[in-house]
Write a protein that binds this ligand. Structure first.
Ligand code: HEM
Length: 157
């Protein structure tokens, strides 16, 4: 009897796990990734962001020796993953990637501006733009060198 009960519980757990994403979507609505327009639009945003970076005088030299195909793929993956798509990020950790680059606040802002311009070009809505902006800012501590920020200029002791 206990065995049948256990089998039933296991079966119910399996069923509920199977239905989770559909149920999740019903409660939460479409993901940010989907609201932006899915893979085609996000890949276009990444391509336009790359074009903006490589012509932006503040950061273009940073990308002079980078492989565009590699970086665009990794940025697509991290963007998709962070906005709720079932896409795995296979690149390096954000802190490890950027730690030795001594990236400043100004460069971070320039990169964010490039993403914003790419989203505007692809007609991403204001709400979705705000949500992506919040994600970008949440990553800032892993990207910029804290010793180069204005904190060191405004510290009182
Ligand atoms: C929220 C902001 C940022 C995100 C999400 C981001 C994301 C990424 C990702 C996913 C990669 C590829 C990692 C890998 O090699 O596996 C990368 C590489 C890189 N990022 Fe960023 N990044 C950001 C900001 C910046 C900034 C502000 C700069 C400097 C201006 C920068 C410069 C670079 C460079 C030079 C590479 C190396 C490309 C290469 O390997 O050739 N990133 N970034």
């Amino acid at each position: 009897m206990k065995k049948i009960f256990n089998t039933l519980v296991a079966f119910c757990l399996f069923l509920s796990a199977f239905n989770l994403s559909a149920a999740e979507e019903e409660v939460m609505g479409p993901s940010l990734f989907e609201r932006i327009g899915g893979e085609t639009v996000v890949r276009q945003i990444v391509a336009d962001t790359w074009a903006n970076h490589t012509s932006n005088p503040i950061v273009k030299n940073r990308f002079a020796n980078s492989d565009p195909v590699y970086v665009k793929q990794k940025v697509y993956e991290i963007f998709a993953n962070a906005t709720g798509a079932k896409v795995e990020y296979t690149g390096k950790a954000m802190d490890k990637t950027h730690a030795t680059m001594n990236i400043s606040d100004m460069e971070f802002n320039a990169v964010v501006d490039d993403v914003l311009a790419a989203m505007a070009k692809n007609k991403v809505g204001q709400q979705e733009t705000n949500e992506v902006l919040a994600i970008l800012w949440s990553v800032k501590p892993s990207i910029v060198n804290g010793n180069l920020t204005t904190k060191s200029l405004t510290a009182t002791k």
